[in-house]
Ligand binder design. Structure first.
Ligand code: MG
Length: 422
């Protein structure tokens, strides 16, 4: 149904692979019809594919039925605006107001209709393969051996097809799109032991892991080591900045390895508040070359202003092609940093006093107040912010070694702990 005319009532709906997905999918279609929305149903699809379908159909918005990287028992909705971006803070508040108010049900003659779009994943693949600095014929000739772990998520519906298009010799686990996660589905290094073994046993050039809704991509290097999700954006930027000028946009909690890569290319990193939509909006404002988040989220505007694991896969293979050395050797040329993440219950009092105390404690730091408080120095930083989804305060630090990062977290906790005791 590609290219069909779409009216302002159209809402695109898709879901990831979760066991509860088909049930919530049916409920969502029925709910939308009951208020007179016409549905364009893309079925089981990655979140970035659903976002692209909203743009493609000029729809009024979209719903991705997914709990992203969260455990097997969860499910949720991601809300997509007409531009294909997630709703921002004020749009979400507006939506809540509408939903909490009384709004009219459709009558029998104004019920919404459901159409099916079976081409959304194919369009997404085509957009990735058409990227100007991805030389698909050359990648095909190189015949990379790739290990893949899609965690039984929606990645199984797109990543194997992409790797096949790129001529890769694929060894894969957890490709079934049945949502029966056999491990914790968040693609952090600690969860990728099976993929690490697969890379070693199959002598793969690289290992890729995606989260259930395929907006996060993590890497295992050729030596069988999961290198941490922050490298995905850093390495993707390393390639793109060879071809394109402009800043890199990343959120305030992303590793400073992205700054090292940007500096090497003669550009800079602009920091945005945590949350994909904040990065996407800033990318548009700044004319960014590339952007993303340290959680393995790569955003390239010409495909779509949202985190997209297939984009990351294509960029990483192009980078390996151009480097023509093992990934582990490329990584050895960069500094390593240690991350320490801590969280504590959110105090009842406002955090302003905490921020003031921290600014006094760390008077020599560069200060960013866009999202909580981020204090940074040449080679380290600490970020204190209230979580947007849980009643906690996160304290995250990065430094050249673990003890320095721990010290930053410990010193930052002092005024927070004091507030709790008082
Ligand atoms: Mg996700």
């Amino acid at each position: 149904m590609a290219g069909a005319a779409a009216g302002p009532r159209d809402v695109v709906v898709g879901r990831d692979s979760r066991v509860s997905g088909p049930m919530f999918h049916r409920a969502t279609l029925a709910a939308l019809q009951s208020v007179g929305c016409d549905v364009i149903d893309v079925g089981l699809a990655p979140t970035p594919t659903i976002q692209m379908a909203v743009e493609h159909h000029h729809a009024a918005g979209g719903l991705a039925i997914t709990a992203s990287h969260n455990p097997i028992e969860w499910n949720a909705l991601k809300f997509i605006g007409p531009s294909g971006l997630f709703l921002d803070g004020s749009e979400s508040a507006q939506m809540r107001e509408v939903v909490e108010g009384a709004f009219p049900r459709a009558t029998w003659d104004t019920l919404g209709a459901v159409r099916t779009d079976t081409e959304a994943i194919a369009r997404h693949l085509a957009a990735v393969l058409a990227l100007p600095f991805v030389n698909a014929p050359e990648i095909r000739r190189r015949r990379f051996r790739v290990a893949l772990d899609c965690a039984h998520g929606a990645g199984g519906a797109i990543i194997p097809a992409l790797l096949e298009e790129l001529g890769c010799d694929v060894v894969a686990i957890n490709l079934e799109t049945d949502g029966r996660f056999t491990r914790s589905p968040e693609p952090v290094a600690a969860n990728l032991g099976e993929l690490e073994r697969l890379v070693r046993d199959s002598k793969a050039d690289i290992g890729f892991a995606t989260d259930p809704d395929v907006d996060r991509l993590a890497l295992v290097a050729d030596d069988g080591v999961a290198i941490g999700e922050d490298w995905t954006l850093a390495l993707a930027a390393r390639l793109v900045l060879k071809y394109r000028r402009g800043p890199v946009v990343a959120n305030l909690s992303t590793s400073r390895i992205v700054e090292d890569v940007a500096a090497e290319a003669g550009t800079r990193v602009i920091r945005a508040p945590v949350g994909e939509v904040n990065v996407a909006v800033r990318m548009r404002e700044e004319g960014a070359a590339i952007g993303g988040e340290g959680n393995g989220g790569v955003i390239l505007a010409e495909v779509h202003l949202g985190r997209d694991a297939p984009v990351g896969v294509a960029l990483l293979l192009q980078m390996l092609l151009e480097d023509n050395v093992p990934l582990s050797r490329t990584l050895a040329g960069y500094p390593r940093y240690a991350f320490v993440k801590d969280k504590l219950d959110r105090p009842n009092a406002p955090l302003d006093a905490v921020y003031d105390a921290l600014r006094r404690t760390f008077a020599d730091a560069e200060v960013d107040t866009q999202d909580g408080l981020r204090l940074s120095w040449q080679d380290r930083w600490v970020h204190v912010r209230p979580s947007g989804t849980e009643p906690i305060v996160r304290v995250i630090a990065e430094a050249p070694d673990a003890s320095a990062a721990h010290e930053l977290v410990a010193r930052s906790r002092v005024p927070l702990d004091a507030l709790k005791i008082n």
